[in-house]
Design a protein around this ligand. Structure first.
Ligand code: FMN
Length: 181
């Protein structure tokens, strides 16, 4: 059920699971931010995101690739807490395929200036449609961020009793336990 909801969220812009929070570990403490879930491979238990190679999270993953990804669907009252191992893909087949399949508008940000650098108040976007040609300069800064899930905790909120379950995987061996909520 969780994987079905995740799969649907990659196709439905309004799905609650579309915009989870991804947390990284860094020397100064944890960092968390919202990302768009772009694709899911349930067989490999893999989540796919897009990000900028120049971003803070890309640097943090170079030091420690353990991440947490948290989803919440308020309508279904389901929270998913995932732990996994992240990898950045910049020039492999996966990165090429995700770059090819994304809309130019979704790729516009990669040809922008250095993320998080101090700047003057940016001027408004001129509203023109991005094209493959106008976004091409951003390809070197585009990365696919994959997360291989090793632990998934499912929490269902219900007035008659909450349900909490833990799924974990080690060497393709899956275990599931109910937990006290
Ligand atoms: C709704 C929403 C969707 C976002 N989607 C993405 C995304 O897909 N990829 C991304 O790198 N940042 C995305 N961001 C911006 C990140 O939350 C974050 O501000 C940015 O990636 C810089 O984070 P960092 O400095 O920790 O690397 C999104 C933000 C919001 C609010």
């Amino acid at each position: 059920m969780a994987w079905k909801m995740l799969g649907r969220a990659t196709k439905d812009r309004k799905a609650a699971f579309r915009t989870p929070v991804l947390a990284t570990v860094c020397a100064d403490g944890p960092q968390a931010r919202v990302l768009v879930l772009r694709a899911v491979d349930a067989d490999r238990r893999q989540l796919i995101f897009h990000t900028d190679t120049r971003s803070g999270k890309a640097e943090q993953l170079g030091d420690d690739n353990r991440v947490a990804v948290t989803f919440y669907d308020a309508h279904r009252k389901i929270q998913l807490r995932c732990n996994g191992i992240a990898q950045l893909h910049t020039s492999d087949a996966l990165a090429d395929q995700q770059w090819r399949d994304a809309s130019p508008n979704a790729l516009r940000c990669f040809s922008g200036p250095l993320p998080a650098a101090a700047c003057a108040l940016p001027s408004d976007h001129d509203g023109s449609e991005a094209t493959r040609k106008t976004v091409a300069a951003g390809r070197p800064f585009f990365a696919v961020l994959s997360v291989d899930i090793v632990r998934l905790e499912w929490l269902y909120l219900h007035t008659h009793g909450q349900r909490r379950a833990l799924f974990s995987w080690e060497d393709e061996h899956a275990t599931m336990h109910w937990l006290n909520p």
